[in-house]
Design a protein around this ligand. Structure first.
Ligand code: ZN
Ligand code: ZN
Length: 123
């Protein structure tokens, strides 16, 4: 098991997670409904170029919404198209982008360079 922590202040951003694969993208993203999450709760996936960790939208308790409302556009949720919209609850640095709108994916993309990957022994 691993968890992610803020690289700047070391505050934990997630609970324990295990690596998994992303589910296939929903093919009805334009259906005006919020899509199913791309990973299961308690898991994370690594994106295609290893710059992002993809998490379930409810698995980042150590983050909060960006204070800049321009980063938090969206009609039913957050569209995540204007830069990182989640910051570390401890020190306020940008750590992730949440997409949860009716026409986007439903996931949190944690910026790999902004976090520490800490392992927790599973024994
Ligand atoms: Zn909408
Ligand atoms: Zn921090």
């Amino acid at each position: 098991m691993i968890y992610f922590a803020c690289a700047a202040c070391e505050q934990p951003l997630t609970g324990d997670l295990r690596e998994s694969q992303m589910f296939p993208a929903s093919d009805n993203l334009s259906d005006h409904r919020i899509a199913a999450p791309r990973v299961a709760r308690g898991t994370y996936a690594i994106n295609y170029d290893a710059t992002r960790f993809i998490l379930h939208p409810d698995d980042v308790p150590g983050t909060t919404r960006h204070a800049d409302s321009k980063r938090c556009n969206g009609c039913c949720g957050l569209d995540g198209q204007d830069g990182p919209n989640l910051v570390c609850l401890g020190c306020g640095v940008d750590v992730a982008t949440k997409e949860s709108d009716c026409w986007t994916d439903n996931l949190v993309a944690v910026i790999a360079a902004a976090v520490l990957t800490n392992s927790r022994s599973s024994s």
